[in-house]
Design a protein around this ligand. Structure first.
Ligand code: HEM
Length: 392
């Protein structure tokens, strides 16, 4: 890492956190916690101006060929800086045609283009590629609810990635392999850990702190002329590898296929490769259904189909939990208390909340294979497989 990059990194890990935290405490102490404009103006100016010094030095330095980690780190830092400026209303895409921060935009575009990623901070910057230094990883604030959110999101993502790795191993074994049991068991264990992480969030995250002090850093913002949607915990390939390998979602479904296209540049380059490769595979469900007519009575079919259905059950449970406990409790319910104007720009992806919620509901129902006739769920196929199982 160059000296300029290290100086910026140090600032992001120290003064930046202190200033954001001080501002959050000011906003949160008000009767109207959503009021940002006109509050803490001197701190906001310091944050903007101090950050600008580092950004200008890095932009002048250009691409110093320090490799992936360095460019990825700078992209995350300039992205966190722009995300904080958006959060503190020093920029707002709704009232501007281009970002008022041209140097930060240029730096972000340069790094993003060289990495093959969107020119903004991504989920990976705060989760699975958020390197701890003596026990402390990066965050916007030092609020305990933000730490809880980042750490449980990271655990959830890591566990979903591990479940996806396990299913990928079965692609190479074939779903009829006697050895597939080890990997189906590994997937079940990992999904159990996702459910635990979701449960800890639901139980311990403070609704008001999350809604007013954590979530606003994930709003969309402009880089140059273009507006980029915010980061969300789904921006990694593992979740979609699970969808596709289990067979619950299909890449040729126009809704789901578009979702994959839209999220591609928000993922790490390695994840982009994994996702593209996964899109060419046949799902384990389709493999089992093809074997069902001739081999349903076989020992291996019974064992592997049963374990496969248990994996689907756990995956569906984690998806339902995300929607029914996390999205509802931490976004939908607090948003219902706000006026229309304050609800704007609330979501990470940008569309109005009711639109986003409907689309997340479709995803949940695909993942739980709900009995819906208006979308292509695998309800009937899973029922067919279940019916072929002997009573244990
Ligand atoms: C308080 C906790 C959480 C809340 C309130 C929440 C809320 C949301 C919302 C609102 C979206 C839609 C994106 C947008 O805002 O535009 C989303 C997407 C997503 N989140 Fe979460 N989330 C939480 C935690 C998690 C965790 C722990 C995971 C697991 C790793 C996760 C996985 C996903 C995935 C995979 C998506 C993309 C859509 C999908 O494929 O289902 N989320 N989340």
């Amino acid at each position: 890492m160059s000296n300029n990059a290290e100086a910026f990194e140090h600032w992001i890990r120290t003064s930046f956190v202190q200033m954001n935290t001080a501002l959050e405490e000011l906003y949160f102490a008000q009767d109207d916690r959503s009021r940002v404009t006109g509050v803490g103006d001197s701190t906001k100016s310091a944050l903007r101006d101090e950050g600008h010094t580092y950004v200008a030095a890095l932009r002048a330095e250009g691409n110093t060929g320090e490799g992936f980690d360095s460019a990825f780190g700078v992209l995350g830092n300039v992205g966190m800086y722009l995300g904080a400026l958006r959060r503190h209303e020093l920029t707002n895409p709704a009232r501007e045609e281009r970002s008022p921060f041209p140097e930060a935009s240029s730096l972000a575009v340069h790094c993003g283009a060289s990495l093959g990623m969107a020119p903004r901070f991504a989920t990976a910057h705060l989760t699975v590629h958020n390197r701890a230094r003596v026990g402390l990883r990066k965050s916007f604030t030092s609020l305990k609810d933000e730490s809880l959110f980042i750490d449980e999101n990271t655990r959830g993502i890591l566990s979903l990635q591990r479940a996806a790795d396990a299913l990928t191993a079965i692609v190479h074994l074939g779903v009829s392999s006697p050895a597939a049991d080890v990997m189906l068991e590994a997937a079940k264990q990992s999904l159990g850990q996702v459910i635990q992480a979701n449960g800890r969030l639901a139980a311990s995250l403070d609704v008001e702190r999350f809604f007013y002090c954590v979530r606003p850093y994930y709003k969309p913002y402009r880089v140059g002329r273009q507006e980029y949607r915010g980061a969300n915990a789904g921006d990694f390939s593992g979740i979609n590898e699970l969808d596709l390998l289990l067979g619950l979602c299909r890449a040729n479904d126009p809704y789901y296929g578009q979702l994959l296209v839209d999220k591609m540049l928000f993922m790490l380059p390695g994840d982009q490769v994994r996702l593209k490769e996964c899109m060419t595979r046949r799902s384990l469900l389709d493999e089992l259904l093809e074997l069902l007519p001739g081999y349903a009575a076989s020992e291996w079919f019974q064992r592997n189909a049963r374990a496969f259905l248990e994996v689907c059950e756990l995956f569906g449970r984690s998806a339902a939990q995300h929607h029914d406990e996390l999205v509802k409790r931490f976004i939908e319910q607090p948003a219902a208390k706000l006026g229309e104007e304050q609800s704007q720009g609330l979501t990470a992806s940008g569309p109005p909340l009711p639109v986003l919620l409907r689309s997340l509901e479709v995803l949940r129902d695909l993942r739980v294979a709900a009995d819906r006739r208006d979308i292509a769920t695998r309800h009937d196929d899973l029922a067919r497989l279940r019916a072929a199982l002997r009573r244990a």
